[in-house]
Design a protein around this ligand. Sequence first.
Ligand code: SAH
Length: 268
Amino acid sequence: MQGGFGRLFFCLFRRTCPVTTTAIVSALHEELAAVLALMPDEQQQVVGGRTFWRGHLHGHDVVAVLSGIGKVAAATTATVLVERFGVQRIVFTGVAGGLAPGVRVGDVVVAQRFLQHDMDASPIFPRHEVPGYGRASFDADAALTAQLARASERVLRALPSQLGPEVLNAFELQTPRCHQGLLISGDRFVSTTAESQALREALPEALAVEMEGAAFAQVCHDYGVPLAVVRTISDRADDAAHVDFPRFLREVASRYSGAIIDALLTQR
Ligand code: SAH
C-alpha cells in the first residue's frame, strides 16, 4: 500500500482489527520452497541460526520457516515463532512414514493427536508419558485441524491427476486418501520393517511416524497456541523407506505442501 493516506488507513485498520499471524512450517527444504513460491513479498530474518520469512499469502500475515529435522529443532522453532514473532497459530506441512495398514504412500494424514514414541521415563512414569504433564499425548486444535483436513481433501481430489502418469506409476499412487488420527514422533528415521512393526504393536492407533509433530504439540500446549499438522506419506517406514525418498519429496510431497497451504488460506 503506497502513500500517506494508505499507510494511515492501514495502521488504523490494523489497530481496530488485530491481525492473526499464521506460522507455516516444514522440516525439509523442498516442502517449504513450494510455500515460499506463493508469497509475493517475503523478507528474511535470522533468529537462532534459522531463517524466518515474514510476508503475506492470500492476504494473511504469514511467517514461514524451516524447522529442521527432529524434536529439539522443532521445539526451538516453535518457541521462537511464539516468543519472537507472536504467531497466533501454527500449521506444519511435511512428510511421514505410514504405519497403520491402510495408510499408503501418497495418502495424507491430518493429525488429531500427537505422541513421542521415544519418550520413556519408565518405571518412574508410564511409558510414553511426558513427565510433569501427566499425559502421553497432546491434541491438535480442532477448528484449525478441520480446516486443514478440508483443504487436504480438496487437494487430494485435484492434484493426483495433475502429477502425470509417469509419477503416478512410479509411486503407485492410485486414489490417495486423507486420514485423521494419532501421529507419532521421535528422533529416528524409521526405516526397518522390524522397527515399524514394533511401533505398530506398542501404539496400534498410530497412523504415521515422523520426527517433529509431537514436539510442536508440546510447545503449543505450553503457550496455548493452536496447532494443525498435515503429513504426506512418503514411505511405509520399512526396509524400503529410504529408496525413493528424495524423488518423492521433489515430485510429489512439495507439490502437496504448496497446494494444501494454498487451499487452506483461500478457504472461507
Ligand atoms: N533424507 C532427508 C532426511 C529425511 S529425515 C534429507 O536428506 O534431508 C526424515 C524427515 O521426514 C523428517 O523431517 C521426518 O519428520 C519425516 N519422515 C518421513 N518418513 C519418516 C520415517 N519413516 N520415519 C521418521 N521420519 C520420517
